[in-house]
Design a binder for this molecule. Structure first.
Ligand SMILES: Cc1cc2nc3c(=O)[nH]c(=O)nc-3n(C[C@H](O)[C@H](O)[C@H](O)COP(=O)(O)O)c2cc1C
Length: 347
């Protein structure tokens, strides 16, 4: 087979994979009232693994009740929640695929309705603009994390990591993108701190770097992926301010602290206008595993991999809309286009 995307791939970090196709993290807000996995979710993931997706990254899993930002998200805060993933992980493994979980703290993109009344936190006490779709209310006014609370958040991530690896996940992706908590430290339009976590580029990267280093030291480089979204079109927000300086600081430090798996996201924007540009800045200074994508055609994905820009490629909405996505790529069958109504049920 001459397709670089569809051929088996031996990754230095992830081992043997069926191909280079990754299912992007996609929240489906379908967990039960205890924030555990339900059977339909399990079947949904296993179905994609059976079809041939090589690596599945779960939807964002909330690391602590105060980190939530939506109704019905799965959490990974209690043993019961972590154990509820075991059936899915073993089913995915039986199909020869790997499974990472995504660990998520929403920060200010939240409301007390979702955190059990706890005031959401952020880098600064600056409210997000807009309306939360799940309760039709403005986002909550957050309070700024104190320096000691920042360390508490690191602990929350580590504790969820322990639960995740105990449940059998192959790795964990730290969600540092899309305007959620860690992005609220990166972004100088939001971060108004006067301490060592705000102000300069180095300071705004500190939260992400300290957390990543702790996580890698605890769990190992081959198990830790980081997702960032330096360029995206989401809620009127595009590139990070000082994007080139931010990337230079982050990538050189990610290299130093031993991060080896990086995922560049653009939320649901046009890849070439956003992530594709970031990938071209990052690749010359990042020799390790690089993942990105957003609704690319097979030919476009192949060109990115063949040019040495990406190691694997993510697809989100196409995989959501086509449980037989890989079979379709193999046979050339026409893909369903994603429609919002597909979000109403899991299949
Ligand atoms: C329904 C839906 C839910 C999503 N949830 C998450 C999420 O929990 N975490 C995350 O990092 N990205 C999330 N994303 C973004 C996707 O991972 C992906 O980056 C985006 O859909 C662009 O890829 P695509 O064009 O192939 O769909 C979500 C996207 C969709 C459509």
């Amino acid at each position: 087979m001459d397709s670089v995307i569809l051929s088996p791939y031996n990754s230095k970090y992830l081992g043997k994979l069926k191909n280079r196709i990754v299912m992007a993290p996609m929240s489906r807000w379908s967990a039960d009232q205890n924030h555990c996995v339900i059977d339909l979710m399990s079947e949904y993931y296993i179905r994609r693994a059976k079809d041939g997706v090589a690596l599945i990254i779960t939807e964002g899993l909330i690391i602590h009740p105060s980190a939530a930002g939506h109704k019905n998200s799965p959490y990974i805060y209690t043993a019961e929640q972590a154990n509820s993933w075991k059936k899915t992980i073993s089913g995915v493994h039986r199909q020869g695929a790997k499974m990472f979980c995504q660990l998520w703290h929403c920060g200010r993109i939240s409301h007390e309705d979702f955190t059990g009344g706890i005031q959401p936190v952020s880098s600064s006490a600056k409210r997000a603009e807009g309306i939360n779709k799940q309760n039709n209310k403005p986002y909550a006014r957050p309070r700024a994390l104190t320096r000691s609370e920042i360390k508490d958040v690191y602990e929350m991530f580590i504790k969820s990591g322990e639960l995740a690896f105990g449940a059998g996940f192959d790795g964990a992706e730290l969600h540092f993108g899309h305007g959620y908590l860690v992005d609220q430290f990166f972004d100088s339009r939001i971060n108004e701190r006067k301490d060592e976590y705000g102000g300069s580029v180095d300071n705004r990267c500190r939260f992400a770097l300290e957390l990543t280093e702790l996580f890698i030291n605890k769990f190992g480089s081959e198990k830790v992926m980081v997702r960032i979204s330096p360029s995206r079109e989401m809620a009127g927000v595009y590139d990070w301010p000082e994007i080139e300086e931010m990337l230079a600081c982050l990538i050189s430090n990610f290299n130093k602290i031993g991060l080896r798996l990086l995922d560049i996201s653009c939320a649901s924007s046009d890849y070439y206008k956003t992530s594709g540009r970031v990938v071209r800045i990052v690749r010359p200074i990042w020799p390790h595993f690089l993942l990105s994508g957003a609704s690319l055609s097979l030919r476009q994905a192949e060109a990115e991999v063949a040019a040495g820009l990406l190691d694997m490629v993510t697809w989100g909405r196409y995989i959501l809309a086509n449980p037989d996505f890989v079979s379709c790529l193999l046979s050339g069958k026409k893909l369903n286009q994603f429609k919002p109504e597909f979000l109403k049920k899991l299949y």
